[in-house]
Design a binder for this molecule. Sequence first.
Ligand code: PLP
Length: 268
Amino acid sequence: PTKGQPVSQQPVVLCLSGLDPSGGAGLSADIESIAAQGGHCAGIATALTVQNSRGVSDFQPISRDFIARQLAELLDDMQFSAIKTGMLADANLAKLVCNLAQDHAESPLVIDPVIKAGKRSLALPDLIDALRELIGHATVCTPNLPEAAVLAECDEDEIDLMVRWFANTGCRYLLLTGGQCDNQRVINRLYDLQSNPLQDPKLIQTLSWPRLTGEFHGTGCTLAATLATRLALGESMQTASRKAQTFTWKSLQSPCTPGTGQQFPNRL
Ligand code: PLP
């Protein structure tokens, strides 16, 4: 194949995510979710984690220089139809992704702002500020309510404030997950943040899902990686969001339980 020409009919989704050796979240979740949609994942591990299905005990970011070299080799070889980020761990990596996003503004960029796993932080101290800047380059950001509250520095029930904060970064769409409806259902809301800069952000989709009992690990990664692939396939944001939520919901209905702790989405 000629250098720079795509060699596959499958859309290639570039993922920058942490490696979870238990296989529930992070890069394994990306690879499985993307393959299940008919895409191909080019995956760069941003950090190694020490964890099992019961939780995370430590992590170690990979150096910015090493990741920059991996990126350069991939960019010399493949064309990406979408880019997805998960755990970035270190501000230096978030800044590297900012540069990548500026150079590839034509590719949809899905940012899952991974900050914590349970109560355990997955972020070095200056990551949050770098993440705030990176979110300004996103096509869509997929925080859950706790992540959105940390980023926007507000309470989890101040949804209007959160949404406005995301709109002010320049982020194009916001898929805010895990909203409370009642004890039986959760609500995910999709906003068009820039439909008209003079108007308020527009709520364009509200989907509610029965609340499942039990604890799950890797749900956010599954949703964001699937969304990135659906966008890579050329779908509209609304269609991609609905299909990604449906796929994630199905993956939780017959979960996989390889360990003694949390259940994992079954993506195969
Ligand atoms: N990425 C990695 C590497 C992780 O270890 C975790 C959580 O432990 C996450 C992402 C976030 O997982 P979830 O999809 O459950 O929010």
